[in-house]
Design a protein around this ligand. Structure first.
Ligand code: NAD
Length: 370
């Protein structure tokens, strides 16, 4: 169905393809039952692009992604390319997309669905009702800042190094997103760094404090060291509302939060850029937190729910379709009452595969739409 909602679909590698195919069925359902159409284009990324073009992301796919209103992404990575140079590894395609689209704000909600309380390795009372948002800076810090590299020291040894650098504007723009998110939620923002041992952390804390003093009305700001935050996330995760942190710490802390919810297969994410001055909409990419899961790829066993929940975030943040986003999220919870993929299997539920889980969500959407 034609529309003015231009979406670039990049399934990627491994289970990325399987969960994206499943996502298309949700998109078809919305077109049929809600007359909600998307102008979809599809491209190759990761190992799939390298196989055909010798690069994990062509300039053309990048340009199409930048020209779209939103990118719906699966996952990249395949062990086949473990030995190829860093710049052409499948993951480099994803990093380039994030960088070139200037997607500096990575939103990773960690919510425990009522039906999934028992899937967490933590005690039910610790995770029941959990609803936190981890906001990770995505374009700077250790994964991008220069200098970085591996130098030959000429004595038979080498030196590998990365730089964790942040500038005032980089910290301010992610801080603003953090405050905006906190205002729409419970009003609490925890800024996380290591100001006790890192200069970038000292600046991070100074800038966050000044930004909050100038623009932080309605938001309670607190600061925490990253190592303590990792501990607090498993001790008492419900103490948090929104956590804002840098690229490296955000990578680690969001995976830690992932396990609070029971499975990587349940975790969606959104990566947003600066809002367009005309439309007010940010450049955006939506993707599950999990990777290409080579151990189960091609077997039809992947949990597609993180992909569906990423799509729901796209509906909410890029297309202002909160009702449809809510419908998908409710259907996911309803489907979990009876059906589970292997990664979140629980006694009393029927184990199913990607197709079965997708059908359960579509059936729930049918029931909710009645
Ligand atoms: P992974 O997320 O692919 O898998 C970790 C474990 O979780 C595996 O046992 C896997 O089977 C399981 N798992 C993940 N998603 C699942 C799902 N939807 N349903 C059921 N089980 C699921 O992480 P990994 O094994 O560390 O990495 C594999 C490849 O993916 C690597 O090449 C890595 O670089 C890449 N990767 C890509 C992304 C991305 O595209 N955003 C993210 C992480 C890792």
């Amino acid at each position: 169905m034609a529309s003015n909602r231009k979406v670039m679909v990049l399934p990627g590698d491994g289970i990325g393809n399987e969960v994206m195919q499943a996502n298309m069925k949700i998109i078809d359902w919305l077109a049929k039952h809600r007359s909600l159409g998307f102008d979809l284009s599809e491209g190759l990324v990761g190992g799939a692009a390298y196989d055909v073009h010798g690069t994990p992301l062509t300039d053309e796919t990048l340009a199409d992604s930048i020209a779209s209103d939103a990118v719906l992404f699966g996952a990249v990575g395949t062990p086949k390319y473990d030995g190829v140079p860093f710049e052409v590894r499948p993951e480099a395609g994803l990093l380039r997309l994030r960088k070139e689209m200037d997607l500096f704000a990575n939103l990773r909600p960690a919510m425990v669905f009522p039906t999934l309380v028992d899937a967490s390795t933590l005690k039910p009372e610790v995770v029941s009702g959990l609803d936190i948002m981890i906001l990770r800076e995505l374009c700077g810090g250790s994964y991008f800042a220069e200098p970085r590299g591996i130098d030959d020291l000429g004595d038979g040894t080498k030196r590998g190094y990365d730089t964790n650098a942040y500038t005032t504007p980089e910290i301010e723009r992610i801080g603003r997103v953090g405050m905006e998110l906190a205002r729409k939620r419970d009003g609490r923002l925890t800024s996380v760094e290591k100001a006790n041992v890192m200069h970038s952390g000292v600046l991070w804390r100074q800038v966050m404090t000044a930004l909050h003093a100038a623009e932080g009305e309605g938001v309670a700001l607190s600061h925490m060291y990253a190592d303590n935050c990792a501990m607090q996330l498993v001790r008492n995760p419900k103490q948090f509302d929104v956590i804002v942190t840098d690229n490296l710490f955000g990578d680690l802390l969001s995976d830690c939060a992932a396990m609070l919810t029971g499975s990587l297969g349940m975790l969606p994410s959104a990566s947003l850029g600066t809002p367009d001055p005309e439309t007010g909409l940010p450049k955006a990419m939506y993707e599950p937190v999990h990777g290409s899961a080579p151990d189960i790829a091609g077997k039809g066993l992947a949990n597609p729910l993180a992909q569906f929940l990423s799509f729901a975030m796209m509906l909410r943040y890029s297309f202002d379709q909160a009702d449809e986003a809510g419908l998908v999220e409710k259907a996911v919870n309803m489907a979990l009452e009876s059906k589970r993929t292997g990664d979140i299997m629980a006694p009393g539920c029927e184990q199913t595969d990607t197709d079965g889980m997708t059908k359960a969500v579509l059936d729930a959407m049918d029931r909710l739409a009645r």
